[in-house]
Write a protein that binds this ligand. Structure first.
Ligand code: DAK
Length: 261
């Protein structure tokens, strides 16, 4: 698929690498890029062979430096609402993908960029990554779900501190507060992401998808309902060939050969 502001590659079978590619604007999200992101998400979603998606920014300076301020500054309230809906759809689209989605944050992840990273299932940061929600500097609050996802990741007090002061957080602090799961040297970020994606691709695909579903849906349910939901998904895997293969392989002391069915 050809995009103007994105690169969507398959470096290995089943593994997708999506790069926001507007390095001269530090990969800022304009309306055209949001529309292309929806197409890229649809493309991964339509591929039954997809096993994981990595999301990163092009160049060595930014993941995404936010929504495109130059484009946004003159919007009317109605246009701003359309822009917000477009951004929200991208964030929901990433979350709705059945395969794990991992952000590889290689530099600035500010405003909409931090929100994009947080809409991924988890974040691996380079040691040069910088996170923040600086929208209050521009006269707006976060508008692509940042107040909600940041709060869920780091807790109410830390989220409020970051959103109301616009303070930026470097990689090590992001790790300490639970915003990212790992920090790696910048030169190793892509390979670190690919290694995780490869390890996911080696597992039983249906089990991986259902595990993601159980974690995601369960978050919005009370514990008892979430556990009931998990039970249903768990039982469902006993109808798959991969459950039989996985357990047979263990008993026979050999590596499992999963088919994704
Ligand atoms: N938008 C547009 N262009 C950007 C940009 C951005 N967010 N960030 C950087 N650029 C552009 C710069 O204008 C510059 O372009 P030229 O002047 O070269 O043409 C180029 O990228 C390089 O940037 P700098 O020269 O500024 O580079 P520095 O190393 O000096 O500084 C920086 C890097 C990341 C600290 C700085 O660029 C910066 O502070 N950028 C803005 C960060 C920011 O405030 N991000 C939050 C954006 S607001 C909504 C929903 C959601 C949102 C809005 C509305 N609805 C409800 C309607 C989301 C809002 C945001 O994300």
């Amino acid at each position: 698929m050809n995009f103007k502001n994105l690169l969507l590659e398959q470096p290995e079978p089943g593994l997708y690498l999506l790069t926001i590619n507007r390095p001269r604007a530090l990969n800022a999200l304009n309306a055209a890029t949001l529309a292309e992101l929806m197409q890229a998400i649809a493309c991964v979603s339509a591929d039954a062979g997809a096993r994981a998606l990595l999301v990163t920014g092009s160049g060595d300076k930014a993941f995404v430096a936010g929504a495109d301020i130059a484009e946004m500054q003159g919007l009317s309230a109605v246009q701003a609402q359309a822009f917000s809906v477009a951004g929200m759809n991208v964030m929901h689209g990433l979350e709705a993908l059945s395969v794990p989605v991992i952000a590889l944050v290689n530099g600035y992840a500010l405003g909409g960029g931090c929100e994009l990273a947080m809409a991924c299932d988890w974040i691996i940061a380079s040691d040069r990554a910088v996170f923040g929600q600086p929208e209050v500097n521009l006269g707006i609050p976060p508008g692509f779900g940042g107040t909600q996802r940041l709060t869920r990741l780091v807790g109410r007090a830390r989220a409020l501190e970051l959103v109301t002061t616009a303070r930026q957080v470097r990689a090590e602090e992001a790790l300490a507060i639970g915003l990212v799961t790992r920090v790696v040297p910048a030169a190793e970020l892509r390979e670190a992401g690919l290694a995780v994606a490869r390890s996911i691709a080696a597992k039983a695909p249906v089990a991986v998808r259902l595990a993601k579903q159980a974690v995601q849906r369960g978050q919005d349910l009370d514990l008892a309902s979430a556990c009931t939901h998990e039970t249903s998904l768990f039982a469902l895997t006993f109808a798959t060939a991969d459950q039989k293969e996985g357990m047979r392989a263990f008993v026979e002391k050999r590596a499992a050969r999963f088919l994704g069915e």
